[in-house]
Design a protein around this ligand. Structure first.
Ligand SMILES: [Zn+2]
Ligand SMILES: [Zn+2]
Length: 341
């Protein structure tokens, strides 16, 4: 049975399962509008997830066919996955920030081959051991899951109200977790009268008990030196200043005191960056740094695919430290090493 919660004021959420993932589920929000229900995120593209979404919508007194529009917080498959199927069934529009639409476009156009080659080169440059890189070079070039995501047909423009009849929902650009991540600020009084300014659909940007993954924005066609962790920290301050009465995140559960949660996350990242500086008293490659960083389990127990994510996170932290002038690349190293300054 689909788990449906009523958040009041014409907002409900459906727990749509993510197969084989410790996160458990995506909270898909159903927002009533004068032209029919609009979804915030959709869930993973999997038959069981689709069935749960359909059941959940039925429990809300509507159906997939009735959906008027789909607002996507960011391009990740646990959010955008089912958007295409919803559009096929209902004729709904799909809206996303331009920076994430570009990623969707690129994902649709890039052959798996190109990705494997790019990732293998990137990991080798980060100091990954040969036995980690070889499987990427020799992997069968089959189609990867989520390789043909639906192309959105509307752009979410930061600062603007979305075109939702009878509702005030404003897009807030919160890059960091992805370059085009948005939060959506529902500028309406809280239905239970909680103090603060409206409610915030926070996607993966602000979650009650976990910190979202912040890695480098991977793009084989773009050599821009970005600073996703810096973007993320700025975006955190931006949503803290909104002072929403309640946060409606895409995972876990709704919560209050957004500014308090923002302060916790800022402190967490500051402590982590300081901890990394201690590790970087000797020069380390991004891979070596990832091996020494604290994760939710010992490095030896982290599976192959998750190590790539861990290294990307180490690289995002190095990027930030370099940008702050607290670390620098050691000249002439191959693979490159970084040291605290
Ligand atoms: Zn995500
Ligand atoms: Zn997510």
């Amino acid at each position: 049975m689909a788990q449906v919660s009523d958040h009041g004021g014409g907002i409900r959420s459906i727990e749509v399962p993510i197969p084989d993932n410790p996160l458990g589920h995506t909270l898909v929000y159903v927002v009533d509008t004068d032209r029919g229900p609009v979804l915030v995120d959709t869930g993973w593209d999997d038959p069981a997830s689709w069935d749960t979404l359909a059941e959940g919508l039925a429990a809300c007194g509507t159906s997939v066919r009735e959906i008027h529009g789909v607002v996507i917080t960011h391009h990740h498959p646990d959010h955008h996955g089912l958007a295409g199927k919803v559009r096929e069934a209902s004729g709904a529009w799909i809206a996303m920030h331009a920076a994430d639409i570009s990623i969707v476009q690129r994902t649709r156009e890039t052959r798996p081959d190109r990705w494997f080659t790019y990732m293998a080169a990137k990991l080798a440059a980060a100091g990954a051991p040969e036995e980690h890189v070889t499987p990427l070079r020799t992997a069968p070039r089959r189609t990867l899951p989520g390789l043909s995501p639906a192309l959105p047909d509307r752009e979410i423009v930061p600062g603007e109200l979305l075109d939702l009849a009878g509702r005030r929902l404003r897009a807030v650009w919160t890059p960091g977790h992805t370059p085009g991540h948005v939060c959506l600020h529902l500028e309406e009084d809280h239905p239970a009268g909680l103090p603060g300014h409206g409610r915030l659909f926070s996607g993966d940007h602000l979650l009650p008990e976990i910190t979202p993954h912040i890695g480098l924005y991977e793009d084989p066609d773009d050599a821009t030196v970005t600073d996703p962790l810096g973007d993320y920290l700025d975006s955190l301050e931006r949503v803290g200043r909104l002072r929403p009465a309640e946060v409606l995140p895409a995972h876990q559960h709704a919560f209050t005191d957004a500014p308090g949660r923002v302060r916790e996350l800022l402190a967490h990242h500051e402590a982590r960056l300081t901890g990394l500086l201690t590790l970087l008293t000797t020069p380390l490659t991004p891979w070596q740094l990832a091996e020494r960083m604290e994760w939710n389990r010992p490095w030896e127990q982290i599976p192959f695919g998750s190590r790539n994510i861990a290294v990307s996170e180490a690289e995002a932290h190095l990027r930030r430290l370099v940008k702050l002038g607290r670390a620098e690349a050691v000249a002439g190293g191959d693979p490159v090493t970084y040291v605290a300054v």
